[in-house]
Design a binder for this molecule. Structure first.
Ligand code: NAD
Length: 455
């Protein structure tokens, strides 16, 4: 068993089972037994079950949001937002997945008909993160189930109760037994899953864990891997930007969910002509956001989910200060017990500082002045991460010159920190492999079969 604590006050909420190696093996066996029959279920019946799950999720919106708020410290309004948005996301999958799965004739020539059909991968593992457990979980398990796979879902130990709630809702939706199983535990449980013989591994989490899983997985499995990892997402404010519009967007991009989003804005470059004005506005906007108990309906900054991350944030701030950064907004831990943490805003940062290089995953932001677009582009691309990058300005044609050269999975113009189901969600370099969402994120859970039929 392991203990689940409320990050806001460190009160113990519950104890959750830790799956050992034998239990994981037994779950794998159950999934392998259940999957072939699930694959045979008519697609529209699979869709009906997913639709039923979605209705149950919607009916349980408040309970799910309260649980999420309690176990991760997410502000309640943001927790409600996540659950609600997940139901829309699931509807998107229901509306757009079916056509993608249909067998298609792609060519007829020399008397031969050429077709592509799709089979499910089989039994897949979904090792997940805690920061948006409904979102990042459903990006994997919904298309995986719709396409006929069985899913071994390992929620993060920091969102285990949410994971169990998700499993309960699948049961209520009459998903056949064994097709979706929630495997609770710590990193070691994830390792048992990684060293099992499975048909796909879909991981969302940190870069170091991603590397470990990639290595361990390859020793046992010649099967697809999807990795959605960390980011150090840059934003650039061009010379002609309308700061009144840009700054509130950027403050929210940096601090939503206490900066614990994979696509949070983590470093900002500002054209020198706007630098001082932008900094003042940034501080002004940041101060408007309320830090309080996550259950407070007006709370913006809830609690940092993992207490250990506070050391990372403080170390980045300390080092930046030593290397010459100016602290424009002094943040830090608020109460002795609990993980409430006020935001930090640092200016005059440079690329040698950890705050501009390593993922912060918290409410701290480093800002740097640049002379021109070329300097901004060079700095933005100079990173081991490649998840998202945003550019703000007035002239889209000038902006496109930068956007085209940004080496990131997603580029934004006058927006940031947003995910659309119509578009592939993918990271470059250390930010990951493969994609969720869009047609790519559905076909990722299938294997193609090429048919050549001579008539
Ligand atoms: P984490 O890597 O600490 O843990 C993720 C999961 O891996 C957990 O379920 C954990 O129990 C499990 N795990 C830990 N060690 C393991 C091992 N050796 N083998 C197998 N499983 C193991 O990450 P986290 O703190 O839960 O999540 C935060 C990270 O996730 C951030 O870096 C964030 O950027 C990233 N993230 C990325 C995306 C994306 O779409 N790219 C989305 C959300 C979060």
């Amino acid at each position: 068993m392991f203990v689940v604590k409320n990050p806001y006050n460190h009160e113990i909420i519950s104890e959750v089972p830790t799956f050992n190696a034998d239990q994981v093996e037994s779950s794998v066996k159950t999934a392998k037994k259940a999957q072939p029959a699930w694959q045979q279920v008519k697609p529209f019946e699979r869709f009906e079950i997913v639709e039923k799950f979605n209705k149950i999720l919607s009916a349980n919106e408040e309970e799910c949001a309260e649980l999420l708020c309690k176990e991760t410290g997410k502000a309640i309004s943001q927790a409600r937002g996540e659950v609600k948005a997940t139901t829309s996301r699931i509807n998107w999958f229901l509306n757009y997945s079916q056509d993608l799965m249909d067998t298609k004739t792609v060519h007829i020539g020399a008397g031969v008909e050429e077709k592509i059909s799709y089979d499910p991968l089989g039994v897949i593992a979904n090792i997940s993160a805690w920061n948006f457990p409904y979102f990042v979980g459903s990006n994997v398990f919904i298309p995986a189930l719709l396409t006929g796979n069985a899913v071994l879902y390992k929620p993060s130990e920091f969102s285990a109760l949410t994971g169990l709630k998700i499993a309960q809702m699948w049961q209520e939706a009459d998903l056949p037994e064994g097709v979706f199983q929630c495997i609770t535990g710590l990193g070691a449980t994830g390792q048992y899953l990684t060293s099992s013989s499975l048909d796909g591994m879909f991981f969302t989490g940190s870069v170091p864990t991603g590397y470990k899983i990639y290595e361990q997985w390859a020793q046992k499995n010649m099967a697809p891997v999807g990795m959605e990892l960390g980011g150090k997402d840059p934003a650039y404010i061009m010379e002609d930007s309308d700061l009144q519009k840009v700054i509130p967007t950027l403050v929210d991009g940096a601090f939503y969910n206490c900066g614990q989003s994979c696509c949070s804005v983590e470093r900002i470059y500002i054209h020198e002509s706007l630098y001082e004005k932008a900094l003042n506005l940034f501080i002004e906007e940041s101060k408007k956001l309320k830090i309080s108990n996550p259950t407070d309906p007006d709370c913006y900054f809830g609690a940092i989910t993992r207490a250990q991350q506070i050391d990372v944030l403080e170390d980045q701030v300390r080092e930046a200060k030593e290397l010459g950064a100016d602290i424009l907004l002094e943040g830090g831990k608020i109460h002795e017990t609990g993980n409430s943490f006020a935001p930090y805003v640092l200016a005059n940062c440079h690329s040698e500082m950890k705050i501009m290089k390593e993922e912060s995953f918290g409410p701290v932001i480093g800002i740097q002045k640049v002379k021109n677009d070329n300097e901004a582009l060079k700095l933005m691309n100079d990173s081991r991460y490649g998840l998202t990058a945003s550019v703000f300005g007035d002239n889209l044609e000038e902006g496109k010159k930068i956007l085209k050269k940004l080496d990131f999975g997603t580029v934004y113009w006058n927006c940031c920190d947003r995910v659309s189901p119509y578009l592939p969600w993918s990271g470059r370099r250390d930010s990951g492999i493969g994609a969720t969402l869009s047609h790519l994120g559905v076909q990722a859970f299938t294997k193609s079969k090429a048919w050549q039929i001579r008539h």
